[in-house]
Design a protein around this ligand. Sequence first.
Ligand code: SAM
Length: 352
Amino acid sequence: MLVREGKAEVFVENGVFYNPRMKFCRDADMVVFSCMDSHEYLDALAATGIRGIRACLEADFRAIFNDRNPNAVRLLRKNLEHNGLECEVLRRDAAALMRERGFEHIDLDPFGSPAEFIDSACSSVKRYLSVTATDTAALCGSATVSGLRKYSSYAEKTEFYPELGLRVLAGKIAREATKYDKAMEVLISWAREHYYRIHVFFRRSPRRAGKVYEKLGYLFYCTKCLRREWRPMDGSVVEKCVCGNKYTMMGPLWLGELHNEEFVSKAVEKAVEISSDEVRNLFTRIAEEIDVPFYYELHILAKLAGKSPPPLQNVIEGLKDRGFKASRTRCSGTGFKTDADIEDIMSILEKL
Ligand code: SAM
């Protein structure tokens, strides 16, 4: 079967992975890729090659394709020829390949968890790393032991679980990279449907890599009054919430920015130029999101206050009128972020 996606046309067949539901992610990636200043790219887990082929045709990338499945490699070669591309194609174990060679930009788009590839990718990567994860239960706290096994991070289910998942994933990449003297920064990230996607950037410097730990830390979460506090990895712990309840401690987590403002504003402009309204809307929402960890879910707070939820925009305006920062979140249509603490939020909510 021949499938058209973006500027590419690829053959798909049984036994080689292709998921049409990931088209939106690939559309969004093309915008992200067009904003990067490096064009050498390893599609490490390429399958049909759709992502790398689109990257060549839509973002002017020079891609190297790899997949250990011989059927995928055969189909990949056919797809490259069909799209008029001449690229290096490898049939290697991705982890072994990345151990041997350095790549400017690596894309990890695995079945389920990227965990087994993160160490080798961090050792190999020179500048950009793009990662998909579909093992959202392990990341977001609904499968706590899997999260420990895969990401060495403790998480439980919370109302802001997609953001927690993104922060577990970002935290894992950031920690793995520091041993190679690489300091991570997130360019853009999102959580949607059944997957998380994150694009990060590295600078090589032992000093900067050490400073990354100022952006890694633990969340202290009160399951009773929903208060959140967080601390960097400096040995400090908060045991009890002001309400008297014992905090649940989660992490290590990435507590730094989930996007780079300059990069995302460029991506919004690019999305207007080359992509769909849906991609533009996601990137605009990301651009408008304030940099405060852990969003609130309006309906859960309204339930706690014993009232029906007021319009989200009124809550955001109410917080801003009182001098707090507030915005919507990329992770939920009914969530908001603010630097106000739980008492201030509840007192505003009660008056609305
Ligand atoms: N990137 C593709 C896309 O956008 O359609 C989908 C990739 S698919 C989810 C994952 C691919 O990784 C499969 O084709 C599988 O054969 C390959 N794979 C799994 N483990 C691998 C490994 N250790 N080394 C190389 N390829 C691997």
